[in-house]
Write a protein that binds this ligand. Structure first.
Ligand SMILES: Nc1ncnc2c1ncn2[C@@H]1O[C@H](COP(=O)(O)OP(=O)(O)OP(=O)(O)O)[C@@H](O)[C@H]1O
Length: 331
């Protein structure tokens, strides 16, 4: 469905995409991953013509995207939905009107709009929120509305730019489940840009890893995780851990005492919280095991977890990421 050959793009002197060759088959869920600045979003935006490219070819259903302009590009984009990390809902419009927006722009009849909006609200499973305003919705519900709006024109292709990155792991999972359902039931090809490995494993059939604007490796997800190519190790490797930008990243230091007890599983059970394990390392040391485990917890559980660690003598460190310092989290 999407054929990319020798795609090259620069912003001024900065090369952002360099000789990308990629085929995204119709009906798949395809993941684009890479470090921040690798060029993932730019590549995604080239697919629907929001960005142009300097050299090479990018064809969607045989159509060279760069050749389109004016009315043709608007028609072309009707077939492509897009969702973003920050949902991009219009705050002054209700859920109904947010979803109806593209249909109103294309001057569909009121009765068709009403039918379509209600059909989509059923699909995204929040029919009771029809008259709610965006501020009354949770992050997951906002993303559901954004998905419904992206589907109003019955697109063949849905582009997702970090669509689950602003959500806690549980909500993120419910959104990836919805994307799987949309792909399966409606046959829509989905391209997902993400830094969340969990999203790739649970959602994508194939992935491509970008490194500094170049395609490092691509292939079926299972094959990639079994073969662990260098580019994947660079992304998820312990030495250079990929932290989540949402939630709180914590390094638990497993001492002689704590490593011999099921502290982490006990914490999850007793506090009834979900967390993600981002990495860790264990080493035999004399007669015991020493090591560390890096987990990501939803912000709202930070104080409870901190108290649990203090009560159970668990040593831990907060790992600062780009978005938050400990002082902000403590507030
Ligand atoms: N409109 C723009 N003008 C100039 N430079 C840009 C523009 N958009 C992106 N860039 C630069 O292009 C490079 C790739 O950006 P891009 O957003 O595609 O990366 P990314 O892999 O999606 O990163 P992230 O995960 O942080 O979103 C970065 O160096 C970025 O600063």
């Amino acid at each position: 469905m999407i054929e990319i050959k020798g795609l090259t793009k620069a912003f001024g002197d900065l090369p952002v995409l360099q000789g990308i060759n990629l085929n995204i088959p119709q009906g798949t869920i395809y993941g684009l991953v890479g470090r921040s600045g690798a060029g993932k979003s730019t590549l995604l935006r080239c697919i629907n013509g929001l960005e142009t490219y300097d050299e090479g070819s990018l064809r969607v259903d045989g159509v060279e995207v760069k050749s389109l302009s004016g009315k043709d590009i608007r028609e072309f984009r009707k077939n492509i939905g897009m969702i973003f990390q920050q949902f991009s809902l219009l705050t002054r419009l209700s859920v109904y009107e947010n979803i109806a927006l593209p249909l109103r722009c294309w001057k569909y009849s009121s009765s068709y709009i009403d039918h379509k909006v209600k059909e989509l609200l059923e699909l995204i499973d929040i029919p009771d929120k029809i008259n709610a305003m965006p501020k009354e919705l949770s992050g997951g519900q906002k993303q559901r509305v954004a998905i419904a709006r992206a589907l109003t024109m019955n697109p063949k292709l849905l582009l997702c730019d970090e669509a689950t990155s602003a959500l806690d792991p549980k909500t993120a999972k419910s959104i990836t489940t919805l994307l799987n359902q949309i792909n399966h039931d409606l046959g829509i090809t989905i391209v997902v840009v993400t830094h969340q490995m969990s999203v790739l494993r649970s959602t994508c059939e194939e992935i491509a890893i970008l490194e500094s604007g170049k395609l490092a490796v691509n292939g079926p997800v299972e094959q990639m995780f079994l073969q662990q190519p260098e580019a994947l190790k660079n992304l998820i490797g312990e030495k250079d851990l990929l932290l989540l930008s949402e939630g709180i990243n914590i390094k638990i230091l497993l001492s002689h005492e704590t490593s011999s007890k099921p502290v982490i599983t006990k914490m999850a059970r007793e506090l009834s919280i979900d967390f993600m394990i981002l990495g860790g390392e264990m080493e035999s040391y004399k007669n015991s095991t020493l090591g560390s485990l890096i987990i990501n917890i939803p912000n709202e559980h930070f104080h409870t977890v901190k108290k649990y660690f203090a009560d159970n003598n668990v040593a831990w460190e907060f790992i600062e990421n780009n978005n938050q310092a400990l002082t902000e989290v403590e507030e």
